[in-house]
Design a protein around this ligand. Structure first.
Ligand code: 5GP
Length: 111
């Protein structure tokens, strides 16, 4: 169980911006941009490395939600999504999540 599981179960509060039966989106507690939202599946998947072919529909759903959520948050000039995976990828919570960042110009390459 991770902190995100507790957010899904409403055991700890979060600023939720979108929810449906498959996913939840809420503002990151340590925002790295004016808008920083995490989009997570409601089922526990540790990371990208935990995916299998059963997750095709779910992952397609999550990705399709990105532009919809970005639009609802007013990110009309673009945005970036990031999925950190594992130690070298900088993942700190073992529940798969898409970072949606916007509201400022992003740098490249990322750190
Ligand atoms: P990762 O480093 O695994 O890619 O991203 C995890 C993210 O979860 C971090 O950006 C971190 O700020 C965020 N986070 C960790 N704990 C909490 C929490 O309790 N609430 C919210 N809203 N975000 C959290």
């Amino acid at each position: 169980m991770t902190i995100f599981h507790k957010i899904i179960n409403r055991e700890i509060p979060a600023d939720i911006v979108y929810e449906d039966d498959l996913c939840l989106a809420f503002r990151d507690i340590n925002a790295q941009a004016p808008t920083h939202v995490l989009i997570i599946p409601k089922v526990q998947i540790d990371s990208l490395d935990g995916l299998n072919s059963d997750h095709k529909h779910l992952m397609g759903h999550l990705l399709l939600k990105v532009p919809e959520i970005a639009k609802s948050l007013g990110l009309t000039d673009g945005y970036r999504i990031t999925v950190n995976c594992g130690e070298d990828g900088g993942q700190s919570v073992d529940h798969l999540h898409i970072h949606l960042l916007g509201g400022r110009k992003m740098n490249w390459p990322p750190g």
